[in-house]
Design a protein around this ligand. Structure first.
Ligand code: ZN
Length: 364
C-alpha cells in the first residue's frame, strides 16, 4: 500500500524526474517465406525512392538479388553493394556510395553486412531494414553495431532497424554452426543479468527489472528447450530469431546492451583482441557464460549442457583456441569496457583463479 509520501508524489508528480526514450523496430516480419514480403513491408513503412542493398557475395546469392527483384516489383530502384568485412573502411565506402542518393538501406547477411549497413545508415540519417540470412548473434535487431577499427572490434551506437525481415527457411538452411552460435549468444544473457544485478547492488547502477526479466526469461526459455534446436528445422530458426528479437528489445528498454552483455562478453572481446583467428562471437560468449556462471556460484552445468545440446562449443578445443590464450583472455577480460562492472571486478583476474575456474568447468 502507498504511504502518505508516495500518495503526495503520485498526486502532485513531485520529485518525478524520470525520462526514457526507447527505439524499437516498427515491423518484425518473421517466418516461412518472409523474404517474399519485402515489398509489402516497404509499402507499409512508406519506404520509397532509391534503396541500397548491402550484402556479401554469398548473401547476395541467397537473398540480395531476390530482394532487388522484389523492390523492382514495387517501383523502388536499387543498387547492390558487396562488402566483405565489418571495418570502418567498408562503412566509409557505403557512406560515400550512399550520400544523398538513397532513401533507405537494407543489410542482408550474417553479422558483417548487417553491422556495416546499420552503422552506415545511422551516419547517413537513413532508415535501415535488417534482413538476416543467419541467426548467429543478437545484433540482427539491436541498435548497436560491431565495427573493426585498426584491428580492434568496437561496439558503436547506431539505429535500431526500422524493420526486421527474418526468413526462417533461409536461416534454417544456413550453416548449423551459425544457429548454434546465435543460441549461445542468447544463453549468455543468463550471466549478463547476474552481472547487472551485482552492479546495481555494489555500484548503484541504473537497473531495469523489466529489461532484466525479459532478457533472463529469453535465455532460460532457450536453455529449457535446447533439445528442440536442430539444424535444418524452420521451427528452430523461428525460436532462435524470436529469442534474438526479445534480447534486442530488452536492450532497447534498458537503453544499453547491459541485459545481454556482461563478463562473458568481456571474455569474448578479450579473446578477439588476443588471437589471430577468434571463433564466432556467440560461441566465445557461450564458453564465457559457463565460466562466469561458475564464478557467480550458479548452475554452470545447466549452461554447459544446454550449449552441448544446441551444438555450441564448451571447451578451448571446441573454440579451436590454445588453452593458454583462453587463460590470458580471462585474466585480461576485466580490462575490456572497465566502466561496466561485473563479477570480474575491474582489475586483471588472478591467473591461478582463472586456471582453476577453467579447469573446474572443463573448459580447459
Ligand atoms: Zn553478443
Amino acid at each position: 500500500m502507498a504511504n502518505d509520501r508516495d500518495r503526495a508524489e503520485i498526486s502532485g508528480n513531485e520529485g518525478f524526474d524520470k525520462f526514457k526514450s526507447m527505439e524499437l523496430p516498427r515491423l518484425v516480419v518473421v517466418g516461412n517465406d518472409a523474404l517474399e514480403r519485402t515489398g509489402k513491408t516497404c509499402i507499409e513503412l512508406k519506404l520509397e525512392g532509391n534503396a541500397l542493398i548491402v550484402c556479401d557475395p554469398t548473401t547476395r546469392k541467397i537473398a540480395g538479388d531476390r530482394i532487388g527483384e522484389l523492390l523492382e516489383d514495387i517501383d523502388i530502384s536499387f543498387e547492390i553493394l558487396e562488402i566483405t568485412e565489418a571495418s570502418q573502411d567498408a562503412v566509409d565506402e557505403v557512406v560515400e556510395t550512399g550520400n544523398d542518393r538513397f532513401e533507405f538501406l537494407l543489410g542482408v547477411g550474417g553479422g558483417v553486412p548487417i553491422d556495416v549497413a546499420k552503422y552506415s545508415s545511422h551516419l547517413l540519417g537513413a532508415p535501415f531494414v535488417s534482413v538476416p540470412t543467419a541467426a548467429s548473434h543478437d545484433g540482427i535487431a539491436s541498435g548497436r553495431a560491431s565495427i573493426d577499427r585498426n584491428g580492434n572490434k568496437v561496439s558503436v551506437s547506431a539505429h535500431t532497424p526500422i524493420a526486421l525481415i527474418a526468413d526462417t527457411g533461409i536461416i534454417a538452411n544456413g550453416p548449423a554452426r551459425l544457429l548454434a552460435s546465435g543460441c549461445a549468444d542468447i544463453i549468455a544473457n543468463a550471466t549478463a543479468v547476474k552481472d547487472w544485478i551485482l552492479a546495481k547492488k555494489l555500484r548503484n547502477e541504473p537497473y531495469s527489472h523489466y529489461a532484466a526479466n525479459l532478457s533472463e526469461m529469453t535465455a532460460y526459455s532457450l536453455i529449457e528447450n535446447s533439445d528442440t534446436i536442430k539444424p535444418g528445422l524452420e521451427e528452430s530458426a523461428w525460436m532462435v530469431v524470436k529469442a534474438l528479437v526479445s534480447s534486442s528489445v530488452a536492450m532497447s528498454i534498458a537503453g544499453s546492451s547491459r541485459p545481454a552483455s556482461g563478463s562473458e562478453h568481456k571474455f569474448s572481446h578479450s579473446l578477439d583482441r588476443l588471437v589471430e583467428k577468434p571463433a564466432l562471437h556467440g560461441e566465445q560468449c557461450g564458453v564465457g557464460t559457463i565460466i562466469m556462471m561458475y564464478l557467480h556460484g550458479g548452475d554452470w552445468k545447466q549452461i554447459k549442457s544446454a550449449l552441448q545440446t544446441v551444438g555450441a562449443p564448451t571447451t578451448a578445443r571446441g573454440l579451436d583456441q590454445e588453452e593458454e590464450d583462453i587463460l590470458e583472455a580471462l585474466v585480461r577480460a576485466p580490462e575490456i569496457r572497465p566502466e561496466r562492472y561485473t563479477i570480474l571486478g575491474n582489475k586483471r583476474m588472478n591467473r591461478k583463479a582463472a586456471e582453476s575456474a577453467a579447469r573446474e568447468t572443463g573448459v580447459i
